[in-house]
Design a protein. Structure first.
Length: 289
């Protein structure tokens, strides 16, 4: 699916963020859920998983823990739990956005009382079919949840099965959420803006060809002018990919290459000798994502 300025990797998601995810096979479904869960556990968050109603709680646990040993330990300790939307809205039997918001607010407060930094929620949106919600009701529900995220103590992923929802509904959900996630952990995607080239995900040995291709296209487009390469939304940058950036930049003929990056990425680039390159400028604001 398309990536743009509001796309992040699941590993970068924080409390206070409301994200869209998608899948079209079962492996990706559980891989994203496990990465979200494992990251939350590492940060001291409580995690609630709301799986597809057709999937048993035991199967959901098995699938998530198969990807994450951290999640397995957290399940035993009670840091991670599975629930259904029917349990969340109980004692109501029909879905009510107001009722659901009250229960999630209570769950967040409960997680804080237990000593957790906040609450993470991963929801497989196939529950809307189980409770008979129409598209308009689903859109209204997504829009009504904004207040939950205001305190930065609650974060959520709404995961859509592209086999179960019409393409226009999935795209409306992607654009309607404040954050849209990459398809799966470890992916690398790039998009172009008026500023330059923005890379999202992991730049490593598996994605190195894609990384080089994105850089080459951006540098070629800049010709002899100035190019921006934004690395700030990368979860991982390997030394090999960093070296490719310097090599391709030097060969490009660009008058200036501005590399927007994190402080950690800047340290790696400095170790590779960027201090001696007059054509390369590092830009790494503290709030860059």
């Amino acid at each position: 699916m398309r990536v743009d300025a509001h796309t992040l990797a699941v590993e970068q998601l924080e409390l206070g963020q409301h994200a869209f995810a998608y899948y079209d096979d079962d492996e990706v479904r559980w891989e994203v859920a496990a990465a979200f869960t494992g990251r939350g556990c590492a940060l001291g968050h409580k995690v609630i998983i709301v799986p597809d109603p057709a999937v048993s709680r035991q199967e959901a646990w098995q699938r998530i823990t198969a990807w994450s040993g951290v999640a397995e330990q957290a399940l035993t300790a009670g840091q991670v739990t599975c629930a259904s939307m029917r349990e969340i809205i109980y004692p109501d039997t029909r879905f009510s956005a107001a009722r659901q918001l009250v229960r999630l607010r209570e769950a967040t407060e409960g997680a804080r009382r237990e000593g957790y930094a906040g609450l993470r929620l991963f929801i497989d949106m196939r529950w809307v079919h189980d409770l008979g919600l129409g598209t308009e009701q689903m859109l209204a529900w997504e829009a009504s949840a904004d207040e939950l995220f205001a305190t930065a103590q609650f974060g959520a992923v709404c995961s859509y099965d592209r086999r179960a929802f019409e393409p226009e509904v999935v795209e409306a959900m992607r654009t309607g959420h404040p954050v849209a996630l990459l398809g799966r952990p470890g992916d690398l995607r790039a998009y172009r803006s008026d500023e330059g080239c923005h890379l999202i995900g992991d730049a490593d040995i598996a994605t190195r060809p894609s990384f080089r291709a994105a850089l080459s296209a951006a540098l070629d487009a800049a010709a002899t002018g100035s190019a921006l390469i934004d690395l700030s939304r990368l979860c991982f940058l390997s030394a090999g990919c960093a070296a490719d950036l310097l090599r391709l930049g030097a060969a490009s003929g660009c008058q200036q290459v501005v590399v927007r990056c994190s402080a950690v990425q800047a340290r790696m680039l400095r170790r590779l000798g960027v201090g001696s390159l007059s054509w390369l400028v590092l830009e790494y604001p503290a709030d860059a994502r």
